[in-house]
Design a protein around this ligand. Structure first.
Ligand code: C2E
Ligand code: MG
Ligand code: MG
Length: 756
């Protein structure tokens, strides 16, 4: 290719050179020649970019050209030119933005060279190749914006802010684009909100709650179909039938909408570009959109998971009520305010009655449904401004502010109890779930969170003790007992872990033969500080807390093992008696625990006697009879302990498959002096014998008692008279002495305890 180099006076010949223009253009170049003396510039003719010269007919001087350059880039360009002209360098590479007639800016990269200098070395003529770098720059911008948006997301910016930045990014990239992002509600049925501040406010708000559907404008349809919808003319497209006027009244003519999808492919919202002129999306728009819908999806989804995490941190997943942590926050806040304003706060602490039964008998799924139903009822019974929370398990709490008298809390408690007691249907079965409520108030019952909750809990416990399904207000007396109880409970748990229990044994003596027939195992707690503790100190708490179950298992195993050892060394007791509590009785594993204890010790079932009390079996007599019958069928002996203290019912002696009755110590104590006790003792013996039951008198301490019992044909005695309960080792010595003494004395003589 020949280029006619223009000389300084003539206009450059190549301006007319079609070929040059073509070649330059096909290489994506614009050639420029700048004659410094005349300050005129010449550009290759086919200059469609960056500026249409035909519409700039006067563009012949460099100063006119400079005016088209972005103000921010002028200084840099000038400095580069000065360097070349002054002869410091021939080559110059620089970049600048130039304004098109449309107002758009193009990025131009310049590679220029000084091709002529005058005698003093000043540049006379510069030739340059201009390259349109707009596309590359835009891509760079896109990457920078994208990175900025990703940073916004990780820095925890508001979602609206992030989405607005995404819109802005597209608007700078795509000419005349007005962007909008709409976010669907959780159900995915309608838009919930959006970001699009380039659109007129009134338009934006009108579309925020739009329902999606097969013909719901571009966005509603795109979300509905989960595919892009491009409407080139809103004025005619049927998809816009319902929204046409709205859009046209805001001067919007074209709208292209893309679904924003989550990772699982579900539609989270839509991204849309509006134009004020009809038309189809440009290639550039299509390219950018792919990127931004991904970005928007990421932003919406990560916000959703953050919200979910936040929700889980504050709410109970099963019931949707506040959880313990959040409730603590709300209560602390309310306490601080109440302190300033002299207000009262009431806490109603609730624990479902016998909820464990539902879980145990119907399974956890049913249990969950009950908890959900309870939560619903609590919520609907309480006022909007009251706070309802689930503290865990079957424990709920309600905080009431703004009440005048504590009696108002009692009214609330009664209402809750009433509502919960209404039948609920779970898996087709009708239930009555009752609740026990403890109430504490601020400032009367404590001024901090822990104290108030603890005291309400204590009061709730009292409500349980008073027959459940009722409420109790906290009072200071409750606390004293309760602290002790808590310490004791913690101690008991530790004792189980550390094996601090020991068994003492008390022999039973056959009155007529003087033989040791059996031995009762009586548990004690070898407390590290308090020494040996009597069962009276801890059995009832162990019962309440259920800890009696593991303790009872241990007793059973140890007692059986002990009898095995005695039998192996030729000692007399034919049988070992173990006390069973009501709680153990209700425990499913009772039968298998017993079977295991027998198997491990190798005892035959008739060597084991189980002592039950009337009250233990009367909780659920049907169940008790079934279990007792099974035990009896196994060959195990059952005796009715402490008879006379509870129901003392003859009918019970008949109903339950027992083999013997133990007369409670409270009757034996005053015989024979106390006529009443003597009469009762006689009646029990007669009644038991009539039913073919063996009678054992407990708590026999002296000759008179023994003489009376012998007269009444009581079968056996147990008491200090013969022997106190003692350790296995001590009893072993005692039994050996007893056997030796018995053999050497007259047959049937009664040996007194050597310890008396
Ligand atoms: P219990 O089953 O009626 O046991 C008899 C209690 O009377 C024992 O008290 C025993 O030491 C006491 N005793 C026996 N003879 C006399 C006497 O002549 N005079 C007096 N004053 N007391 C006498 P202990 O060992 O303190 O046990 C108390 C209760 O604790 C037992 O009454 C029993 O109900 C319960 N218990 C003991 N060990 C266990 C156990 O392993 N499991 C369960 N569930 N309860 C147990
Ligand atoms: Mg007993
Ligand atoms: Mg007893």
């Amino acid at each position: 290719m020949t280029i006619n180099r223009p000389d300084s006076q003539e206009p450059p010949a190549f301006e007319a050179d079609e070929l040059f223009g073509l070649v330059a253009e096909s290489a994506g170049l614009i050639v420029m020649v700048w004659e410094l003396p005349g300050n005129s510039i010449y550009l290759s003719k086919r200059w469609s970019v960056p500026i249409d010269r035909s519409s700039h007919p006067t563009l012949t001087t460099s100063s006119q050209f400079k005016r088209l350059i972005h103000p921010d880039d002028r200084a840099g360009l000038n400095a580069a030119i000065v360097r070349c002209v002054k002869g410091r360098t021939d080559l110059c590479h620089t970049e600048f933005r130039i304004r098109l007639l449309s107002g758009e800016w193009k990025w131009i990269a310049v590679r220029s060279r000084v091709v002529q200098r005058d005698a003093s070395g000043r540049g006379r003529r510069i030739e340059a190749a201009l390259i349109d770098e707009t596309e590359r720059k835009r891509t760079e911008d896109l990457i920078t914006s994208q990175n900025r948006i990703l940073k916004m997301m990780t820095a925890g910016s508001e979602l609206e802010e992030t989405l607005t930045a995404i819109n802005r990014m597209v608007e700078t990239q795509c000419k005349d684009a007005l962007c909008s992002i709409l976010v669907l509600n959780d159900a995915g049925t309608q838009f919930a909100w959006g970001a699009g501040d380039s659109l007129p406010d009134s338009y934006q708000h009108a579309i925020y709650e739009l329902s999606i559907g097969p013909d719901a404008g571009s966005c509603g349809t795109a979300a509905f179909r989960n595919e892009p919808v491009a409407v080139s003319d809103i004025a005619t497209d049927p998809l816009w039938a319902h929204y046409r006027e709205l859009a046209l009244s805001h001067d919007l003519r074209a709208c292209f909408s893309w679904p924003i999808a989550g990772r699982a492919g579900q539609v989270l919202g839509t991204f849309a570009i509006y134009h004020r002129q009809p038309g189809m999306p440009t290639d550039r728009e299509l390219r950018v959109i792919q990127l931004v819908t991904d970005l928007a999806g990421l932003a919406i989804e990560s916000r959703k998971s953050e919200e979910r995490i936040r929700h889980l941190a504050h709410y109970d997943e099963l019931t949707g009520l506040l959880n313990r942590a959040m409730f603590s926050q709300v209560l602390s806040h309310a306490l601080a305010q109440a302190g300033r304003n002299d207000h009262q706060i009431g806490l109603l602490f609730m624990d479902l009655d016998r909820f464990k039964n539902i879980n145990d008998t119907l399974g956890h799924y049913a249990g969950d449904q009950v908890l959900q139903e309870v939560a619903r009822r609590l919520r609907s019974t309480m006022r909007e401004e009251d706070t309802v929370a689930r503290l865990g398990g079957d424990e709920f709490v309600v905080m009431v502010e703004n009440f005048k008298e504590p009696s108002a809390l009692a009214v609330v408690a009664k209402k809750l109890i009433e509502q919960l007691a209404m039948p609920m249907t779970i898996e087709g079965r009708e239930f009555h779930q009752t609740v026990s409520i403890g109430i504490s108030t601020y400032p009367g019952d404590g001024d901090d969170l822990q104290t108030l909750i603890r005291n309400a809990d204590i009061a709730m416990y009292r409500a349980k003790q008073h027959g459940r399904n009722n409420h109790r207000f906290y009072s200071a007396q409750m606390s004293a007992g309760s602290l002790e109880r808590m310490t004791l409970e913690a101690g008991l748990r530790r004792a189980i872990e550390q094996n601090e229990f020991v068994l003492h044994y008390q022999p039973q003596l056959h009155i007529a033969t003087g033989e040791i027939t059996g031995v009762e195992a009586l548990v004690r707690w070898q407390h590290p500080e308090k020494g040996l503790l009597s069962p009276f100190k801890f059995i009832s708490l162990a019962e309440e807390t259920g800890l009696i179950v593991p303790i009872g298992q241990w007793v059973l195993q140890s007692a059986c093992r002990q009898l095995r050892a005695w039998r192996d060394s030729g000692l007399p007791p034919a049988r070992i008696a173990v006390n069973l509590s009501a709680r153990q009785f209700a425990h499913d594993e009772l039968l298998s625990d017993i079977a295991v204890a027998l198997r491990r010790s190798g005892l035959s079932p008739d060597m084991l006697e189980l002592e039950i009390t009337e009250s233990a079996v009367m909780d659920n007599p049907g169940h008790a009879i079934r279990i007792l019958n099974e035990l009896k069928a196994m060959g195990i002996h059952i005796s009715m302990d402490d008879f006379g203290t509870g129901y003392s019912s003859l009918a019970n002696l008949k109903r339950f498959p027992i083999g013997s009755v133990k007369i409670d110590r409270s009757f034996t104590r005053e015989i024979p002096q106390d006529g009443n006790d003597a009469a009762i003792t006689c009646a029990i013996i007669a009644m038991a014998h009539a039913l073919n039951l063996k009678v054992v008198a407990e708590g026999v301490e002296n000759d008179d008692q023994l003489a009376f019992l012998r007269e009444q044909h009581c079968d056996e005695i147990q008491g200090y008279y013969f022997s106190r309960p003692m350790s296995a080792e001590a009893l072993e010595i005692f039994m050996r002495q007893h056997t030796a003494f018995k053999e050497s004395s007259a047959h049937g003589a009664l040996v007194k305890s050597s310890r008396r």
